[in-house]
Structure formats: structure tokens, C-alpha cells
Design a protein around this ligand. Structure first.
Ligand code: DUC
Ligand code: ZN
Ligand code: ZN
Length: 483
């Protein structure tokens, strides 16, 4: 008897890519997709997918994992708990952060984060390198080596004490990233406006979590976007704008892209599904919904959906930043903190895909192919993760089988990360991932993890096409840069 044609066949499902939806079997050999077609020959193993959708595993390009905040507060998750929760929600690749704090050696920081991920990750992973101390050594020695050694992006903060860079430093980082072919990702908000508002709100006795939203005036976003784009244009460096939250922010991105700047932008479920009203809860409860930028309004949600529909925003990431609602996390400053003393961040790796599936596919907002594009294909393409984010012959067999009719009500008890709560408790979603494969191996079956920590793999990458400059240097900068 001849050997089976495939190690595994996923049979009888409906396959969806960013461009097509069609019935097909998928034949897997080793870690890769070997065939896509009807009535494929038998595999050594088979998974029946009749009545199911077979989609690429999700790619979450913005997750804070086992990361120390600048205020010294540790994320609730380990790599194992964060990526286990990611896998249970259908995500098979993440890009997390290696976060340099002031005074730290970037090369050492990256090596420390890489060791944690190698030990714990259940999904494949890469890093954005947070630069908060752009010393000569950092920019001239460490960064070139890291960008050349498999790290394709850096991240800068324009706000947050002890993390933020001044505009001049942002320009230095852009030039260094450009030399190394890396993409620059930015948390862009006007620091002065936020600091000014925060201080005065506290002086006026406005301490509750709901005032966090007011402390990030909506204009602080678009102003920072415009300034960032002007800097990027001066030195001809492509940029990714993280977590767009406002209508004006979407408009700023649209303007920049329309003017031919190489600007990318993401939004996150918290801006599509939550509003500032979610922070308005008795006592400190609203802290659970505190992230930066804050959730905004229904009108902003509509503008973000429009931005996704029109392509101004290319992807949806989680910005997973879990802090437990106790003294280890949100309440680390004591039992009665002001909003300024509460860690910013929401858990979100696990249910990014089900939340988006429910809205875009079950709710009919953008449809199945756009769901795949926004949550898997675009992040893999923009961040240059070859073999990820698509169902294609030769691609990694990172697949998620969905039951499009399964209805699930989200609860705090059901979440698998270590924040201990979900900001989406009580919502009922239609559509759920049932089986998840990472490089041909089943890692989730019937809602249970069947992979071990450390089985995820580092994804070396460079900045790729997204990071390639346009060749149009700002005329003033051409006097000081280039040949
Ligand atoms: N905002 C950030 O910029 N990072 C992590 C979490 C958050 O809310
Ligand atoms: Zn941010
Ligand atoms: Zn973030």
C-alpha cells in the first residue's frame, strides 16, 4: 500500500482568503499546505470541516506580553498564558514588544524578551523593538545589528512619561530605522495636551477612572498624527500609526495617504466596540476599561468602520495589555488611586477574532474576505511575515476552523489570559473557532489547548516592502541626509 498523499487533510470545509471564498479540501504535508482542491486523496489523518469555515490563523501584530510598564508594573500574563489565550481565540502568530526603558541596553532587552518568548510561546512570534533611550550606542550599534538580525520594526511613544521621545529623537529613530530597513510604529498622542489635562483634572478633584477619557482630548490624536506624518515625510520613512481611535484621527490618516505618504494604520476592538461611557462605573470598576488612547464615542466607532472599509486603516490588532484588577495591576497604587495612577491597558488577544467575526461576518459589516484581510493577511503582509496570514499552497499550515453558527456569551470566567476579566463580558457573539492548527499541528481542539509552552517559533523578518522609503526625501532633509 502506498503512503497517504498528505499527513493531514481538512475535508469538506469552505475556505476563505482575503480575496476568495470557495469549497475545498486542504492537504497538509509537514508544516505546510501542500494542496487545496476538491476531493483530495486521503491523508494519514483527517479533520472533517463540513459546515465549517477554514480560515488562516489570526495574526495579532500588537500585543504587550510579559512586559514591564514604565511605572514598573508587570503585565498579568506570561508568554505561556498570553499565547495560550491567543491560540484559543484562533490567533497563531503574534508580534509583541521588547521594551527598552531609559538606561537599559537595547540589545540586552531584546535578548531577555526573546528568552521569555522562546520558553513560553505557543504561537509563532516576532517583536517590535520599543526605543525609549535612543543613545548613540542604541542607534548606531544595537539597532543596526538588531534590524539586520531578524527584527523588522521599532516602536516610538510620543506620550507617556519615561517612554516618550521628543520630536528630534523620533527623527533620529526614523533615520536609524530607515538605514536598517525597519518600519517605525508609533503611539502618537500629543503629550502636552494629555499632561495638561491630567494635572488639572486631578487638581479639580476629578479622580475617577472615567476622567481618564477626558484626559486624552480627542484633538491630541490627530495633532500627533499630523506631526508624525510631517516628520516621516521630512526624512522619507514609512510609519505605522498604532491604535487609531477618533474620527479626526482617521481623517488625518486619510489625508496623509491621499497625499502619497507611506503611512499605515491600525485600530483595535476596544475602539470599535467600546465607548468612553464604559469607564463610567461605580467606584474603581471603570479602571478595567482604561486604555490609551481611551475608547471614544459611537460616532468615532462609525468613522473607524468607515476607515476600515475604505482602506485608510489596514488592520485590526488587539493591543493586548492585561493588568489584573488588584494590587498587582490596576490597583497597584493602593485602594484609592486617581485615574493617573492606574495602569493603562486591556486584555484582548483571545477574543479579537470572535469579536471581529461577529461584527464583520455574522453582522455583515464587511464580509468574510475582509475579516481575513484585516485580522491575518494584512498584518502578515505589512509586517513581512512570509508564509503567514493566508491559505495558499506552500504557506505555513496555520489554520483556524470556524463554526459560523456557534453562539457564545462572553464572561469573565471564560477568559484564559491572566487579567481575570474581559471588557466584553455579557456580549453574545455568533461564530467561534473550534480547531486551530499551527504549522500543521493541532494546537486547539474542542476549546482545549493541546500544545505545550515553547512550541511557538521566532519569525525572523526584515521591514520588507512596507518599510521601503518612497525615494522622495523632504527637500530640506536632503541637505543633511543622503549622498
Ligand atoms: N496603551 C498603550 O499605549 N499601550 C498599552 C496599553 C494601552 O492602553
Ligand atoms: Zn500605544
Ligand atoms: Zn500598545
Amino acid at each position: 500500500m502506498s503512503a497517504p498523499a498528505y499527513d493531514l487533510v481538512i475535508r469538506g470545509g469552505t475556505v476563505a482568503t482575503a480575496s476568495d471564498v470557495f469549497p475545498a479540501d486542504i492537504g497538509i504535508r509537514g508544516e505546510r499546505i501542500a494542496a487545496i482542491g476538491e476531493a483530495l486523496p486521503a491523508g494519514a489523518h483527517e479533520i472533517g470541516a463540513a459546515g465549517r469555515l477554514v480560515l488562516p490563523g489570526g495574526v495579532d501584530a500588537h500585543a504587550h506580553i510579559e512586559q514591564l510598564s514604565a511605572a514598573g508594573i508587570m503585565n498579568a500574563d506570561t508568554w505561556e498564558s498570553a499565547t495560550g489565550s491567543a491560540a484559543l481565540g484562533g490567533t497563531t502568530s503574534v508580534i509583541a514588544f521588547a521594551a527598552q526603558h531609559v538606561g537599559a541596553d537595547l540589545a540586552q532587552v531584546v535578548s531577555d524578551y526573546a528568552a521569555l518568548a522562546a520558553k513560553g510561546s505557543l504561537v509563532d512570534y516576532a517583536f517590535h523593538l520599543i526605543v525609549s533611550d535612543p543613545t548613540e550606542k542604541c542607534l548606531r550599534t544595537d539597532l543596526p545589528a538588531l534590524l539586520g538580525g531578524g527584527h523588522g520594526s521599532v516602536k516610538a511613544f510620543m506620550t507617556y512619561d519615561r517612554l516618550r521621545l521628543e520630536d528630534e529623537q523620533v527623527l533620529d529613530l526614523m533615520v536609524a530605522a530607515k538605514a536598517g530597513g525597519g518600519l517605525v510604529c508609533v503611539h502618537a498622542e500629543n503629550h502636552g495636551m494629555i499632561a495638561w489635562m491630567g494635572k488639572r483634572l486631578v487638581e479639580h478633584g476629578h479622580l475617577a477612572p472615567r476622567f481618564h477619557a477626558a484626559s486624552h482630548p480627542r484633538g491630541s490624536e490627530a495633532e500627533a498624527f499630523d506631526r508624525l506624518v510631517a516628520m516621516a515625510a521630512l526624512v522619507d520613512q514609512p510609519v505605522m500609526i498604532f491604535h487609531v481611535s477618533t474620527r479626526e484621527g482617521v481623517a488625518a490618516v486619510r489625508r496623509a495617504r491621499g497625499a502619497g505618504h507611506k503611512v499605515y494604520a491600525e485600530t483595535c476592538p476596544q475602539y470599535l466596540f467600546l465607548t468612553a461611557a464604559d469607564l463610567d462605573k461605580p467606584g474603581l470598576e471603570g479602571a478595567k476599561w482604561m486604555c490609551s488612547p481611551p475608547p471614544r464615542s459611537r460616532d468615532d466607532q462609525e468613522a473607524l468602520w468607515q476607515g476600515l472599509a475604505l482602506g485608510d486603516l489596514q488592520l485590526v490588532s488587539s493591543d493586548h495589555a492585561p493588568y489584573a484588577f488588584d494590587a498587582t495591576g490596576k490597583l497597584s497604587a493602593g485602594p484609592e488611586p486617581s485615574f493617573k495612577q492606574i495602569a493603562n491597558g486591556l486584555p484582548g488577544l483571545e477574543w479579537r477574532l470572535p469579536l471581529l467575526f461577529d461584527a464583520t461576518v455574522s453582522g455583515g459589516r464587511l464580509g468574510l474576505s475582509r475579516f481575513v484581510e484585516l485580522t491575518a493577511t494584512a498584518p502578515a503582509r505589512i509586517y513581512n511575515l512570509p508564509g503567514k496570514g493566508s491559505v495558499a499552497i506552500g504557506a505555513d499550515a496555520d489554520l483556524c476552523i470556524w463554526d459560523p453558527d456557534r453562539v457564545v456569551t462572553l464572561t469573565d470566567a471564560a477568559v484564559h489570559d491572566r487579567a481575570g476579566y474581559t471588557p466584553y463580558a455579557g456580549r453574545t457573539l455568533r461564530g467561534w473557532p473550534t480547531v486551530v492548527l499551527r504549522r500543521g499541528e493541532v494546537i486547539v481542539e474542542d476549546g482545549a489547548l493541546v500544545a505545550g509552552p515553547g512550541s511557538g517559533r521566532f519569525l525572523p523578518r526584515n521591514g520588507g516592502e512596507a518599510a521601503r522609503p518612497t525615494g522622495r526625501l523632504g527637500p530640506e532633509a536632503s541637505l543633511v541626509l543622503g549622498p
